[in-house]
Design a protein around this ligand. Sequence first.
Ligand SMILES: NC(=O)c1ccc[n+]([C@@H]2O[C@H](COP(=O)([O-])OP(=O)(O)OC[C@H]3O[C@@H](n4cnc5c(N)ncnc54)[C@H](OP(=O)(O)O)[C@@H]3O)[C@@H](O)[C@H]2O)c1
Length: 278
Amino acid sequence: MEIKGSTKIAVVIGHPVKHSMSPVMHNRAFRHLGIDCCYIAIDVKPEGIEHFVKGLKYTNILGVNVTIPHKNAVIPYLDELSEEARVLKAVNTIKVTEEKLIGYNTDVYGFEKCLEGLDISSSSALLIGAGGAGKAVAYSLCRLNVKDLYITNRTEERAKELIRFLNDLFCREITFVPFDELDSLGVMDIIVNATPLGMEGIGKELRVPVSIIAKKTTAIDLVYNPPKTEFLKIAEAQGARTLNGIKMLVYQGSASFKIWTGIDPPVDIMEEAINEYL
Ligand SMILES: NC(=O)c1ccc[n+]([C@@H]2O[C@H](COP(=O)([O-])OP(=O)(O)OC[C@H]3O[C@@H](n4cnc5c(N)ncnc54)[C@H](OP(=O)(O)O)[C@@H]3O)[C@@H](O)[C@H]2O)c1
């Protein structure tokens, strides 16, 4: 694609940000659709976030994806927030116009697409991890009315804080389970890894007891590099249905794309771009 004076720009901001897969999938979609826009990653240091966000209205930047550690820090400088962004206090997408900046959270949509076709109202689910992604996952599971929800996390207090947040919002029971007591749970219908364990470069795998995984289990790992983590290999060996983080990544990206352009992007083409890159 030729970059010209008329070319619009979409960006992802983070710190660090060079690991981001978003440029690969968005540029492929822009090219496929013949849209005169390019997508780049910009490393914004935390002390520069206010200047960066406030300056957006005065540029030809079409839209912004926001990743760690800025998802909460951008909020004071936005004019409007979507329901999910407001409730989760986390923005991963900004729509830029001359008049206003609107913040969205498309991680929720991305995760909910992973559950498409499943009626989870009679399901049990175990969420591993209570950070930013864990919060979006837990919110989705509660919104879709999962029957039993269990949360485990390395730092107990963080999981309990998430449970209090969900209790206030959804008025429902959620159980904290210490990691070393997971084998006290029966077979789970859904297990989600929302920690970086198993990710390339982390050097530590997620080990869940095999007694909680069986054929009826859907095992979802938000990690996408490598595409098949040890957790997913173990789940597959137990006969479970497995899903890596690429689907969530692509669908949260597709929702951002639609917010910026009004066009539904080709998700299969975006997924292909990521698989080729990994
Ligand atoms: N596929 C996607 O679209 C997508 C979207 C968002 C995130 N993700 C992935 O999801 C993962 C979590 O992201 P995040 O934004 O939630 O990060 P985060 O806010 O930093 O939270 C990290 C979570 O992982 C736990 N954790 C970190 N290192 C650990 C370790 N060595 N042992 C046990 N637990 C550990 C943390 O526990 P403590 O509370 O004890 O620190 C916390 O619960 C990352 O791998 C990220 O790439 C994928």
